[in-house]
Design a protein around this ligand. Structure first.
Ligand SMILES: O=C(O)CCC(=O)C(=O)O
Ligand SMILES: [Fe+2]
Length: 350
C-alpha cells in the first residue's frame, strides 16, 4: 500500500520501489478532467524558427527571419529552433550525463540537496514547484546557477565540462535571439541586452526527471506555469510530455529532431509591454518511460530593474510595473496562484 508521502525525498527511488501501487493521494493533480483535453490538430502549426536565417548577413533574409520570430513570439510565445549551431553530440552527451547524475545513489546526491534558498548555487530534490493545495509533483530536479556563478556538480565525471560548454553556447544563441526580438519591437538591436545587464545576467540550468508513473492521468510532472527570465531552452531524451497552452487548449509538443524548444519568459512579456506572451506550459507523465528534460533559463542581471522598454512607453501606457529581477524571482518562487501567474502581481490593473 502506498502511504501518505509528504516526506518522499526522491520520486525516482519511490517509483522504483512502488511500481504497481496506487500513487499517494497528495500526488493527485487533476481535479478537473476537462483540463486534460488536448488539441493535437494545433501541434502541426507550432512555429519553427531557423536560427541560421536570423543570423544571416543578407539583410533581407535577416529581416524576414525577424518578422517570423515576432509572429512566433506574439502568437505562441513559443517555437522550435532549428539550425542553432549547438552540436548534436554535445546535446547527447549532456543528456547522458544529466541522466547519470540522477542515477547516482541517493547517498551521493545528498551533498547537493535542496536547502530551500532559491539563490543557492545547486539544488537537488523533488516536487519543488509551489503546490497549490499541498499537491506534489512526480518529478526530481537538479537546479544550478551557471551564471553569474558556475557551480556544476563534480559528478558524474565530465559533467562540469559538458555543462559549461552547453550553457555558454545556449547563452550565445539566447543573446542573438534577444537582439532579433529587440529589432522586432522597433528597438535598437542591443537595447534589451544593455538595459537588462544580460551579459552578467542570471542563467539557470535545470534537469527534470520524471519516472514512469503507475497512474499518469492522475498526477503531473510539473503544473501549469510560465518561466521567469527572457528565454527558456529545452531539450529532452526523446520522450514526450511537454504541453503548451495555446488559445485556451493544451497542445502536445513533439520537438523535431535536433531542435531546441524555446519559450518566452515573464521578463520578456514585461519588456515587450505585453506584445509577446510568456506561455503557460506543463509536463504530463506516462507509465512506461523515464522522461528527462534539460532546461536553460536566460535572464537579466539580478540587480537590474525590468519593466516595459522605455521607448515603447513613448507611444503606449505601461501594462507592467518595473521591478528588480531579484525581487520578481522571489515573487515567482512563492507564487501559489492557481495558474502560476506571478506576472499578475506586477500587472497594472484597469
Ligand atoms: O520538462 C518539461 O517539459 C517542462 C520543464 C519546465 O517547464 C521547466 O523546467 O520550467
Ligand atoms: Fe517551465
Amino acid at each position: 500500500m502506498a502511504s501518505a508521502s509528504s516526506n518522499i525525498s526522491s520520486i525516482k527511488a519511490f517509483a522504483e520501489s512502488n511500481r504497481a501501487s496506487p500513487i499517494p493521494s497528495n500526488y493527485h493533480s487533476f481535479t478537473d478532467i476537462g483540463d486534460v483535453a488536448v488539441a493535437d490538430e494545433l501541434a502541426a502549426s507550432i512555429p519553427v524558427i531557423d536560427f541560421s536565417l536570423l543570423t544571416s548577413d543578407d539583410s533581407q533574409i535577416h529581416a524576414k527571419a525577424v518578422h517570423e520570430l515576432a509572429e512566433a513570439c506574439a502568437e505562441w510565445g513559443f517555437f522550435m529552433l532549428i539550425n542553432h549551431g549547438v552540436p548534436e553530440s554535445l546535446m547527447e552527451e549532456l543528456m547522458k550525463k544529466s541522466q547519470e547524475f540522477h542515477d547516482l545513489p541517493v547517498e551521493e546526491k545528498k551533498e547537493f540537496c535542496d536547502n530551500g534558498d532559491p539563490f543557492s548555487p545547486i539544488r537537488h530534490g523533488t516536487s519543488f514547484h509551489p503546490p497549490a493545495e499541498n499537491v506534489h509533483y512526480w518529478r526530481d530536479f537538479l537546479k544550478i546557477l551557471t551564471s553569474p556563478q558556475f557551480n556544476f556538480p563534480h559528478k558524474p565525471h565530465g559533467y562540469r565540462e559538458v555543462g559549461f560548454e552547453y550553457s555558454r553556447k545556449i547563452n550565445n544563441v539566447a543573446r542573438k535571439l534577444i537582439q532579433g526580438i529587440s529589432e522586432s519591437l522597433g528597438l535598437e538591436s542591443n537595447s534589451i541586452i544593455d538595459f537588462s545587464g544580460f551579459d552578467s545576467g542570471l542563467q539557470i540550468f535545470a534537469v527534470n526527471l520524471y519516472p514512469p508513473c503507475p497512474q499518469p492521468h492522475l498526477a503531473l510532472g510539473l503544473p501549469s506555469h510560465s518561466d521567469v527570465g527572457f528565454l527558456t531552452f529545452l531539450i529532452q531524451n526523446g520522450i514526450g510530455g511537454l504541453q503548451v497552452k495555446h488559445e485556451g487548449k493544451w497542445v502536445n509538443v513533439n520537438p523535431i529532431s535536433n531542435s531546441i524548444v524555446v519559450n518566452i519568459g515573464d521578463q520578456l512579456e514585461a519588456v515587450s509591454n505585453g506584445k509577446y506572451s510568456s506561455v503557460l506550459h506543463r509536463a504530463i507523465l506516462n507509465n512506461k518511460d523515464t522522461r528527462v528534460s534539460v532546461v536553460v533559463v536566460n535572464g537579466p542581471a539580478l540587480e537590474n530593474e525590468i519593466g516595459p522598454a522605455p521607448k515603447l512607453l513613448e507611444k503606449e501606457r505601461p501594462l507592467f510595473k518595473s521591478i528588480k529581477y531579484r525581487d520578481y524571482f522571489l515573487v515567482q518562487q512563492k507564487s501559489r496562484l492557481s495558474e502560476g501567474r506571478a506576472l499578475d502581481q506586477i500587472r497594472y490593473s484597469g
